[in-house]
Design a binder for this molecule. Structure first.
Ligand SMILES: CC(C)(COP(=O)(O)OP(=O)(O)OC[C@H]1O[C@@H](n2cnc3c(N)ncnc32)[C@H](O)[C@@H]1OP(=O)(O)O)[C@@H](O)C(=O)NCCC(=O)NCCS
Length: 410
């Protein structure tokens, strides 16, 4: 996991080594600068309010230098240095540093972020394009890239402003229907979700520990998050923890760093409310990778219809007592009803089913597993369950009016 910290004097040695790496020297068309010279450069820059330096760490090891300048300008700031150490390249560190720079500058009200690179620096060109930067002067000797930064705001929904969020209500209903399907629950119609939205808003307005946060830019909805700072819902433990109930970034705003920005904002709410541990159940289809990138880890607890994964993050310090209490709740094996909407689960079940058919000389058909799951969902007489061991499917039980099958793999 990457973490970014403001530059400190002790980092000069790291910068000296980083900027002496052969590949970095050739990419930047520069020569080695001695350690003493770096000391002088940073001594001169001390107190300069036009620039900020940051160091990215991976597993507590410094791996990248990011420098921003032009901070005295009103509208435009620059990424004036971005260098990743050779053994940390191609691991998303550059992307992490650029999204941090964008987030940092956006949050401080700059309208544009610019940078320059040379035509032969393909890794840098690809990286900046990937991060949404556009080439502004393609014919110039040095390439200049620019990104328009959106100004956005966070609004906490309260009774007075809830009616202004008609658009949010619609988006919320759609999101909730999808999430419930993924979690294996039966969604009802839109109207029911409008009612649910109203009750969530009232509860968030009345309850100090609930926060319904909307992220918007010029009335354009970027996303929302519903959190609880004193939860007891996710796992039954005698400790206070925070919970992220709902989290959404609208599709046109995805992959632009907004998820991380919204997550940082809600983490600051948790911290202000004295919460150190946060739990959540990510959407099993698409959400897990995002939450892992935000520093959440699987607790090993997979509960409920359709298998909710329970993920955990300690915000300020690792809470060993909570970790141990949660570990004690993890069951070695469990039987869970197969959810036809959970693509990851269906895919895993397919593999187990295929193996079972091969071993028992039965015909394997790709579509069968999903059909069986739908049958079990519609008809209470039909049972189709997956046997989990340490988070993986190792067997199944299927029963309807005509037959009962069960199998174990490995
Ligand atoms: C440019 C640099 C900062 C990229 O850092 P990085 O941590 O390796 O980049 P990431 O792993 O975040 O990669 C992000 C994207 O950049 C692009 N990229 C990174 N390395 C690349 C390479 N060797 N070739 C082509 N594209 C590359 C890819 O599009 C990649 O996305 P993908 O992994 O989904 O394909 C790094 O190569 C570096 O430090 N180079 C030397 C210094 C330099 O040139 N700095 C830029 C000055 S303007």
């Amino acid at each position: 996991m990457c973490e970014i910290r403001p530059f400190k004097k002790e980092n000069i040695d790291f910068i000296f080594h980083l900027m002496s790496e052969e590949k970095n020297l050739s990419a930047l068309h520069t020569n080695i600068i001695s350690s003493e010279e770096w000391q002088n450069i940073f001594a001169k820059a001390k107190g300069d309010t036009d620039e900020e330096n940051f160091i990215v760490y991976k597993n507590d090891t410094p791996c990248c230098w990011l420098k921003l300048n032009g901070l005295q300008n009103q509208n435009t700031a620059w990424i004036s240095m971005l260098v990743v150490s050779e053994k940390f390249k191609h691991q998303g560190v550059g992307k992490f540093a650029v999204s941090y720079a964008v987030e940092y500058l956006t949050g401080r009200g700059y309208e544009l972020c610019k940078l320059q690179t040379t035509k032969d620096n393909l890794p840098a060109i690809n990286l900046y394009k990937k991060c949404g930067f556009e080439l502004t002067e393609p014919k110039a000797k040095k390439l200049t890239f620019c990104k328009k930064l959106n100004n956005f705001s966070f609004v906490k929904i309260a009774k007075e402003n809830a009616t202004q969020h008609k658009n949010l209500r619609k988006v919320f209903a759609k999101y909730k229907i999808r999430v419930l399907r993924n979690h294996g629950e039966s969604p009802c119609g839109k109207k029911t979700f409008y009612k649910l939205f109203d009750s969530i808003v009232s509860s968030a307005c009345e309850n100090k520990t609930k926060h319904f946060i909307v992220m918007e830019s010029d009335k354009d909805l970027i996303g929302f998050a519903l959190i609880e700072t004193a939860s007891t819902d996710v796992v039954d433990i005698p400790y206070r923890y925070g919970e992220i109930n709902d989290f959404y970034i609208s599709s046109k705003h995805r992959r632009k760093g907004y998820g991380r920005i919204l997550n940082n904002h809600i983490e600051s709410i948790f911290k202000a409310d004295g919460v150190n541990t946060v739990l959540l159940s990510p959407d099993p289809v698409s959400g897990i990778d995002f939450w892992k990138a935000m520093g959440y880890c699987d607790t090993g607890i997979h509960q409920g219809w359709g298998r909710h994964f329970v993920y955990i993050k300690h915000l300020t310090e690792k809470d060993v007592e909570i970790e141990n209490t949660i570990s004690a709740l993890v069951t070695p094996t469990e039987l869970i009803t197969v959810n036809p909407y959970n693509k990851a689960q269906i895919k895993e079940m397919h593999d187990v089913w295929k193996k079972y058919c091969r071993e028992n000389n039965k015909n394997y058909r790709r579509s069968t597993v999903r059909k069986m799951a739908f049958k079990a969902r519609k008809n209470k007489e039909v049972v189709f369950m997956a046997l989990y061991s340490q988070g993986r499917i190792i067997g199944f039980v299927y029963k309807d009016g005509f037959e009962m099958r069960y199998g174990l793999t490995g």
